[in-house]
Design a protein around this ligand. Structure first.
Ligand code: C2E
Ligand code: MG
Ligand code: MG
Length: 567
């Protein structure tokens, strides 16, 4: 089968949104894809088998064709601008990239051309030679300003109805005028096209991007969940945009890096209407421009600060493990009959070089979003296992150590294997390792969770359900999982004194769990009054500041050594 009839090639061609043409070394057109056919106005059958010299290329361009062939033959590659003719007779401009490929076994040489159309219509935005529907920018095919505003209006009314947020980000390329002047408008256009593609890749499907000025783009993030998520969400996209712009762009053999100023505004926080949003984004953009290259600003300076702090945190978290800044503290769990420490929950702490101790409530969510939770979680698990081994080695009576698992770790295929390896490495009795998981982590994919939890439980490791009562799952639902312990969330304890129905709920949970042969730990005990109530409710294990906060390993070691009673 000739290479160009290969079904894989066919699939590749048909799925490319760029116009692609495949030529043999004589210039005969062997394949074109639909995008190419659409843009040229010819049906594929009208092109395939013909010679490109007689089609598409215009007068002088035919000699250009020889030049292209020459340079592809020698260097394997050509890139430049061409003028070609449509079936209808009109001409159009395009950026063409041609490279040569050898078909299997080093046999035939073919040429693959990728054509990007620039249709410079006399009246901008007027449909640009029919390539793009009206309202679209003729160079990039992105919505122009009016269409973008339309979309923004729609997104806003939908978001406000549903109580959600919308973000608008304006992006203005640094030094674009200079680039245009020094390298020529064709180079400038290539850059804009490339940027528009890169921006597209930074967005989710519900988002959109428009070109609202010569070198200005606008991003619309529709459908952001919660108000307090909005700054973070917009910040994450801003970061992604910067990362993708930072990739070098090669232009006529030169490597360019692009930077941009960005202005971000949020609705409902900064305003409700599309008009106000567009104005705010412009104000924020001006502000960012004044700050220098590659800068972004939120409309509200407070939000800029929040986003910046978060990025700074993310950056330093990336190296926290290597720099040994993470610590594992242990919060004792107390047996209410004897007052003895029968277990401890391992809780991560981060000693930040400038900020001091950062609580996990602040850095664990960042770690989860960035995927850093995987190495961090592994470090926590390993450190806790090593601690168990150390206590055993110095002859202390064993206690159970609880380790928190995040949903992200839980989705990893190799979690059970990792746990098994650690148990083997430290020669642990697996019953003393207890893994804490929240309801929401398992409810994301129940089937998978059941399988994973069963595998872990088969190792002899025990499992606890953390923050019980904050989710929506019932005990009955949770019965399908092999949990040994329920940890009742501290919000219950807080209200137990004032609210008798909360006390009744806790009492029912304890009774039911015990009847199912499950253990119950109540978290967050702070006062003697709470202790008295929980005693009555037949709770027998607790954890809270009343007994002890989480302490460094050496301190817990000391408590265990002295067999300290915490009641
Ligand atoms: P959690 O697993 O529910 O941990 C219990 C949290 O309650 C701890 O906060 C603990 O210090 C706090 N606490 C204990 N007793 C009391 C009390 O009497 N009153 C009050 N107000 N709080 C009490 P911490 O250490 O700040 O941890 C917060 C959360 O961060 C943890 O909640 C857990 O979800 C997460 N986390 C901590 N370490 C790790 C870790 O290594 N991996 C993962 N995935 N998550 C972790
Ligand atoms: Mg926990
Ligand atoms: Mg908890």
């Amino acid at each position: 089968m000739p290479a160009f009839d290969h079904p894989l090639l066919k699939t590749l061609l048909e799925n490319s949104t760029e116009a692609v043409i495949l030529l043999d070394r004589l210039g005969n057109i062997r394949r074109v894809n639909q995008a190419f056919a659409n843009a040229s106005g010819y049906a594929p059958q009208e092109l395939e088998g013909r010679n490109i010299r007689r089609f598409l290329l215009e007068g002088e361009e035919r000699s250009l064709f020889e030049e292209i062939y020459e340079s592809v033959w020698q260097g394997g590659y050509w890139q430049g601008e061409i003028v070609a003719r449509r079936k209808t007779g009109e001409t159009f401009r395009g950026a063409l990239k041609v490279s040569s490929v050898l078909s299997g076994g080093g046999g035939e040489r073919y040429y693959v051309g990728q054509l990007i159309f620039w249709s410079r219509a006399p009246s901008p935005g007027a449909g640009a030679g029919g390539l793009y529907p009206s309202g679209m920018d003729s160079l990039t095919g992105l919505p122009g300003r009016p269409l973008f505003v339309d979309r923004l209006q729609q997104a806003l009314s939908q978001a406000h109805r549903q109580g959600r947020c919308v973000a608008v980000m304006f992006l203005d390329l640094d030094r674009f005028q200079f680039l245009n002047d020094s390298l020529g408008w064709a180079a400038g256009d290539t850059v804009l096209l490339e940027i528009s593609r890169r921006l597209g890749r930074c967005l989710r499907t519900s988002d959109s991007v428009g070109r609202i000025g010569a070198d200005e783009f606008a991003l619309l993030l529709a459908d952001i969940d919660e108000e307090r998520e909005a700054v973070r969400n917009a910040g994450v996209v801003a970061r992604k945009v910067y990362e993708s712009l930072a990739l070098p762009l090669s232009l006529a053999g030169e490597e360019l890096t692009i930077s941009a100023a960005m202005g971000i505004t949020l609705s409902p926080q900064d305003g409700m209407s599309a008009e106000v949003m567009m104005k705010n984004a412009e104000v924020a953009l001006q502000h960012a421009r004044r700050k220098g290259w590659n800068n972004y600003q939120f409309f509200s300076s407070e939000m800029t600060e929040t986003a910046r702090r978060r990025f700074a945190l993310e950056t330093s978290l990336r190296s926290a493990i290597e720099r040994g800044e993470l610590l594992l503290y242990y919060q004792p769990q107390v047996d209410l009959k004897s007052g003895r420490v029968i277990g401890a929950e391992a809780l991560a702490r981060w000693r930040h070089p400038e900020r001091g101790m950062v609580p996990p409530g602040e850095f664990i969510p960042v770690a989860e979003e960035t995927g850093l939770i995987v190495p961090i979680g592994e470090w926590v698990l390993r450190t806790a296992c090593r601690q168990l081994a150390e206590w055993r080695d110095i002859g202390l009576a064993p206690i159970r150590v609880g380790v928190n698992l995040s949903a992200k770790q839980f989705q990893r295929q190799d979690l059970a294997q990792m746990v098994a390896d650690l148990i083997a490495e430290f020669g642990l009795d697996p019953h003393y390792l207890d893994l804490e998981i929240t309801e929401s982590a398992i409810m994301e994919d129940v089937e998978r969770a059941v399988a994973m939890l069963n595998r872990i439980s088969a190792l002899g490791v025990t499992l606890s359900i953390d923050d019980f009562g904050t989710g929506y799952s019932s005990l009955a639902q949770l019965r399908q999982f092999p949990f040994k312990t329920l940890k009742i969330d501290r919000t219950f304890v807080r209200s137990i004194q004032e609210n008798t129905s909360d006390a009744a709920i806790v009492s029912a949970i304890i009774a039911m769990a015990h009847s199912l042969n499950q253990n119950v730990i109540v978290e967050g005990l702070e006062t003697q009054e709470q202790l008295a109530i929980l005693r009555e409710l037949k709770c027998n294990e607790m954890q809270g500041f009343l007994f002890s906060a989480a302490v460094p390993a050496v301190e817990l070691t000391e408590m265990l050594r002295m067999d300290k009673r915490l009641l």
